[in-house]
Ligand binder design. Structure first.
Ligand SMILES: C[C@@H](O)C(=O)SC[C@H](NC(=O)CC[C@H](N)C(=O)O)C(=O)NCC(=O)O
Ligand code: NI
Length: 146
């Protein structure tokens, strides 16, 4: 298992980028524009954490900018902590065996969400390529929010 990132939601993309890069000193290492979901993801790393080469394996901060204004009261601006796991099916099965609800099952063999007892959201991402679709995961439905 490897720590990947922490995600927070931002209201003002320009103001947040100016803060996190120019003022705070982080470096943008990846950006994803999602037209269908109407959101932008921006991944930032501390300069000393950025590894050379094509794949950045540094611990990151993931900024989520929803294009449609949302009210981030009640802690909604905090998103999740993300970890990379060797086998997301086995990891989720271990959690289920301990009574943990898989709020967003890994139907795609790649991404799942669970929550801590305090309601902190954890994203689990498969190391390397997604696993082949498999039951029961393909048929599992989302449970509540994450
Ligand atoms: C790339 C990977 O690290 C992600 O975190 S994608 C997770 C995905 N994010 C979104 O859909 C962003 C827009 C959404 N409206 C939001 O504000 O989160 C997702 O499943 N997000 C839900 C969550 O709780 O993180
Ligand atoms: Ni994430």
């Amino acid at each position: 298992m490897r720590y990947l990132h922490t995600m927070v939601r931002i209201k003002d993309l320009d103001a947040s980028l100016d803060f996190y890069t120019r003022i705070f000193g982080l470096t943008e290492v990846r950006r994803i524009e999602n037209e269908k979901g109407r959101f932008t993801l921006i991944f930032l790393a501390a300069p000393e954490d950025v590894e050379s080469g094509t794949s950045v394996k540094a611990p990151l901060l993931e900024l989520t900018y929803n294009w449609d204004t949302e009210d981030y009261q009640g802690g909604r601006n905090f998103g999740h902590l993300a970890y990379e796991v060797d086998n997301i099916y086995e990891f989720c099965q271990q959690l289920m065996d301990q009574g943990i609800t898989i709020n967003r099952p890994p139907r795609d063999g790649n991404m799942a969400f669970v929550k801590s007892p305090d309601g902190i959201s954890f994203e689990l991402l498969q190391k390397g390529p997604a696993l082949a679709p498999a039951e029961p995961w393909v048929s599992m439905q989302n449970t509540g929010s994450w």
